[in-house]
Structure formats: structure tokens, C-alpha cells
Ligand binder design. Structure first.
Ligand code: NAD
Length: 364
């Protein structure tokens, strides 16, 4: 069990400003273990908060991402202690290893590849630091699974929390809002998944559509149930695209709403953006093209719901949404830190996080 407790845009300056602010007392000191797709975004988001700071980030090898972390002002540590000298040989300055970093922080956000977080956990326990794990880990790695809207309070004061995956986060936000406003009898959802992230060059699906898995259900439904009490069955397919996932949802509500009431509920939530096909948003490619103009790395932290897709047929709700897998879990990691240190209520934390990331400030 951890013993120690704490004392808008992202840019190349993100790490530098956080270093300075880490000297101030009372901030939660954060380590990022695994400066990859999620880790680099969580690091930049932590840097934007006033009540927490990044003490350091880790890399497993001295590649361009390690150099970029240093250039941005983050203190770099070797994720695998035996590989520390590789960094020195490559001329990249490191401050030590993950074990040194854990000595200096209150919490580690583990952003290592799926299943590696569970292997890292004994280190965190030994160092007495709290830890957040990502959606690639099994739910049992942590005391609770987390989604800010659906179950912020469950993480209050907890030592080990898992932020659910990109698909689960996207499903949960919408289902939470529908459930709160109209009730839910059951949900049937189909996930059309991007096969890999854009940077991936070792694996992929070049020419095919892969049922993933072929048997029912996909893991997404049971994963939603770790954060929201709802009857849900999901199926999933991988397709050869890297930009976003697309979800097709069919929800049987307890109270049948009008389409406008559903849209109204969704549009009141800052973590949901709505798009219209008639505005030219004909595919995920167009949504990403729009985001390239408004956000660093075209990060979309919000669910992207096609307003025109929202329908009520025979008492059932239908809607289609796109999820930017690289970014959607970033605000949830920030809120999880606040919950674990009991810094703010759900509403306060979400508002602070939203403001820092520009959520709620832009509309498509
Ligand atoms: P990634 O491969 O982009 O980054 C992982 C980083 O961890 C890499 O820099 C890697 O070098 C490093 N690493 C490898 N072994 C390590 C170890 N033993 N200790 C510390 N670091 C190590 O992966 P990612 O996409 O950022 O995924 C990280 C986690 O977030 C996974 O659990 C994943 O399922 C989850 N997640 C990913 C996405 C997504 O779409 N990319 C979305 C939501 C959640």
C-alpha cells in the first residue's frame, strides 16, 4: 500500500513550465512511466494543471521520442534500469532510472503497453506510491476502474485506479448521459475499430475487415460494466484505418425521448462534440482534418457524435459516434489524479480539466 501522500494548449514548453511549477509546495508530484502515445499526452495535460506537476517521464530506449521529451523540458528516466547506459551512449541525458523517479513522486501514471502495467505494479507498491493504470490492463490490476462522469467518487482516496480504454470511455460517457436522463433497458453496440495508431509500423491490417473477436461479446461491454451499471452487449471489428474508432449504438431507453431532447442532453456535456454531415463531416477523415486546425496533434478529447445520426425508431435510440483513441482518455487521467488525492469534487475537477485542455471552448 502506498505510504507517502502529497505534499491550452500543449507546446514545446509544456515540460519546462511544469518543472518550474513543481518547486511550489502542495502540488501532486506525478511520474509518467511510458512516454508513448498516451504517456506524452498525459504528461502535457498534467503540465497544464495548477494542482499537479510532472517530475519526470520514462522511456525504454533512446529514440527520437526520448530526445523530444528532453527538448520539451521533461526530466527523463530509464524505464528499464539495465538499459540506462544506452541513453548515455546515445548522448541523451537521463536523471536516473524509474526506481529513482518513484522516490520523488506521489503518484505514477503507468502508460506502458497493455499487460506491462500489471508487471510494473510491484515496483509502485514497493516505492509506496499511488498508481493509475490504463485500459490495456485487466480490471483486477486496480481497486476500481474509472470514468469521470460515471464514477468519479469511486476513486476518492484510492491508491490504485484503472482508467478504462478509449472505446469504453467513449461508450460510457454517452450511456451515462442517456441513463441519467431517460433510463436504459439495454444497449447493443458495434465498434468499428482503427486497427493501430498512426505511428505504428510493425503491425496492421492492410486489406481486410476482422471480426474482433468473432465470438460474442467483445470485451467492451463487460468493460463498460466496470464503470456503469447497464445491460450491454457489444461486437467489434478491426478495419484498416488509423485515425479514429466509430461506434454504432442502439439503446432501448426506459422513457422514450424525442431526438431533440437527446441532442440537447449530449450538447450540454462539454466532453461531447456534435458534428453534422451537411457541414462536410462525411467521415472520420473530415473530423480529423477539422481537428488539425484547432488542436495540438489533432487531439480530440471529446466524443464526436454525428448529430444527424441520432434517431428514435420504434422506441429505440440510435446514434453514431467517432472516438479519437489517442486522446479521449487524457482528461480522465487528470480527473483520476484529483479523485485519488481527494483534491476536488467531480464537477470541480472536470471543469478544471476541461478548461485547461480547451474542452467546451470549441464547437464544430
Ligand atoms: P505506446 O506503445 O504508444 O506507448 C507505451 C510506452 O511504454 C512506449 O514508449 C514504450 O517504450 C514504453 N514501455 C514499454 N515497456 C515498458 C515498461 N516495462 N515500463 C515502462 N514503459 C514501457 O502505447 P499506448 O498506445 O500509449 O498505450 C499505453 C496504454 O494505454 C495501454 O494500456 C493501452 O491499452 C492504453 N490505451 C491506448 C490507447 C491508444 O489508442 N493508443 C487508447 C486508450 C488506452
Amino acid at each position: 500500500m502506498p505510504k507517502r501522500k502529497s505534499s491550452s494548449k500543449t507546446s514545446l514548453k509544456a515540460g519546462k513550465s511544469s518543472k518550474k511549477s513543481c518547486r511550489k509546495r502542495g502540488k501532486v508530484k506525478v511520474a509518467i512511466n511510458g512516454y508513448g502515445t498516451i504517456g506524452k499526452r498525459v504528461a502535457d495535460a498534467v503540465s497544464l494543471q495548477k494542482d499537479m506537476c510532472v517530475v519526470g517521464v520514462t522511456k525504454t530506449k533512446p529514440d527520437f521520442e526520448a530526445r523530444m521529451a528532453v527538448k520539451k523540458g521533461y526530466k527523463l528516466y530509464a524505464a528499464i534500469p539495465e538499459r540506462a547506459e544506452l541513453f548515455e551512449r546515445a548522448g541523451i541525458e537521463i536523471e536516473g532510472t524509474i526506481d529513482d523517479l518513484l522516490e520523488k513522486v506521489d503518484i505514477v501514471v503507468d502508460c506502458s503497453p497493455g499487460k506491462i502495467g500489471a508487471e510494473n505494479k510491484p515496483k509502485y507498491e514497493k516505492a509506496g506510491v499511488k498508481a493509475i493504470f490504463q485500459g490495456g490492463e485487466k480490471a483486477g490490476v486496480a481497486e476500481v476502474s474509472f470514468n469521470a462522469l460515471a464514477c468519479y467518487d469511486k476513486a476518492l482516496g484510492k491508491d490504485y485506479v484503472r482508467v478504462v480504454s478509449c472505446n469504453t470511455t467513449g461508450l460510457t460517457r454517452v450511456l451515462y448521459l442517456i441513463k441519467e436522463n431517460f433510463g436504459i433497458e439495454k444497449v447493443r453496440a458495434t465498434m468499428i475499430r482503427r486497427v493501430v495508431d498512426p505511428k505504428e509500423d510493425k503491425k496492421g491490417l492492410v486489406n481486410g475487415i476482422m471480426p474482433n473477436p468473432i465470438t460474442l461479446p467483445s470485451h467492451h461491454g463487460p468493460d463498460v460494466q466496470t464503470v456503469l451499471d447497464v445491460d450491454i452487449t457489444t461486437v467489434a471489428f478491426k478495419v484498416p484505418t488509423t485515425l479514429m474508432h466509430v461506434h454504432s449504438l442502439n439503446i432501448v431507453p426506459k422513457e422514450v425521448p424525442k431526438v431533440d431532447d437527446i441532442v440537447d442532453v449530449l450538447e450540454k456535456e462539454p466532453r461531447i462534440l456534435t458534428f453534422e454531415e451537411s457541414d462536410g463531416f462525411t467521415s472520420t477523415a473530415k473530423i480529423i482534418e477539422w481537428a488539425r486546425e484547432v488542436r495540438m496533434r489533432y487531439d480530440i478529447f471529446e466524443n464526436c457524435v454525428w448529430r444527424d445520426s441520432v434517431a428514435v425508431v420504434d422506441g429505440e435510440i440510435y446514434l453514431t459516434q467517432a472516438i479519437h483513441q489517442e486522446a479521449i482518455v487524457v482528461p480522465e487521467n487528470i480527473d483520476a489524479i484529483r479523485a485519488m488525492f481527494e483534491l476536488k469534487s467531480r464537477e470541480e475537477s472536470m471543469e478544471l480539466t476541461n478548461k485547461s485542455l480547451g474542452i467546451g471552448e470549441i464547437r464544430a
